[in-house]
Design a protein around this ligand. Structure first.
Ligand SMILES: [Zn+2]
Length: 231
């Protein structure tokens, strides 16, 4: 293999390495990507808190109602037992009952509102719990496939690195340094000459130059500085 051919091959390996490293990054990102799960978990937790809150309010409203109804019962039994004879006192008791009953009616309306609120939140909690369960299942199903892809890419990377090292050892260090320097600056360090033109910058390469490159010398394009490779 001529020097330009070796460098061209090295570049192909480097490009493949870059692609595979990128792929590994992507797979690793997917493996650790649990943002959707975490978001669903925190949504469910906050809805459960809302539900607890609303249920507590409902309970205390029920107790208040029971309390008021108990009071009405007490006064009613006083009124109808015949123990109270005093007309003024009777009128007062009736007034009190009336007031309590109006309070009860207001409380009952509020309780109905609370109950429907609790039902609404219960429905939301159910939906969110199902959504979380679905996401968890998907996540669990995805992990082994991704894990397998990761190890496949890692195996390819090991092989590519071996190939690269093997090839790089055959190339003289000066040429390797030039290659690395141009690669760093331009991305592509070595380009083909096709129909007499450098495929890096599309400028015509002098015949004497591409002939040298073809003979195996390390020749750089006058215009873009890339190493020239003639097949
Ligand atoms: Zn060029």
């Amino acid at each position: 293999m001529s020097l330009p051919e070796q460098l061209y091959k090295l570049q192909q390996i480097d490009q493949e390495l870059q692609r595979k490293e990128q792929e590994l990054d992507e797979v690793e990102n997917l493996l650790s990507d649990d943002k959707a799960l975490i978001a669903a978990e925190s949504k469910l937790a906050s809805q459960k808190e809302q539900l607890e809150d609303a249920s507590r309010q409902q309970k205390s409203s029920e107790w208040e109602l029971e309390d008021l109804q108990g009071k009405v019962k007490q006064i009613d039994s006083k009124l109808y037992s015949g123990t109270t004879k005093n007309p003024k006192e009777l009128v007062n008791l009736e007034k009190e009952v009336k007031g309590l009953k109006s309070k009860i009616s207001t409380k009952e309306d509020a309780l109905l509102g609370l109950m429907s609120q609790v039902e609404e939140i219960e429905a939301k909690v159910k939906t969110s719990a199902e959504e979380l369960e679905r996401l968890r299942r998907e996540w669990e199903q995805r992990q082994p496939t991704l894990g397998q892809r990761k190890s496949e890419v890692e195996t390819v990377l090991v092989k590519l690195r071996e190939n690269r090292n093997g090839l790089a050892q055959q190339i003289n260090s000066e040429a390797l340094n030039i290659y690395e320097r141009i690669r760093l600056a331009r991305g592509q360090a070595i380009v083909k000459v096709e129909r007499g033109r450098c495929q890096g910058c599309h400028i015509t390469v002098p015949t004497s130059q591409w002939q040298k490159a073809k003979a195996g010398d390390l020749v750089q394009c006058n215009s873009c500085n890339r190493i020239l490779y003639v097949e």
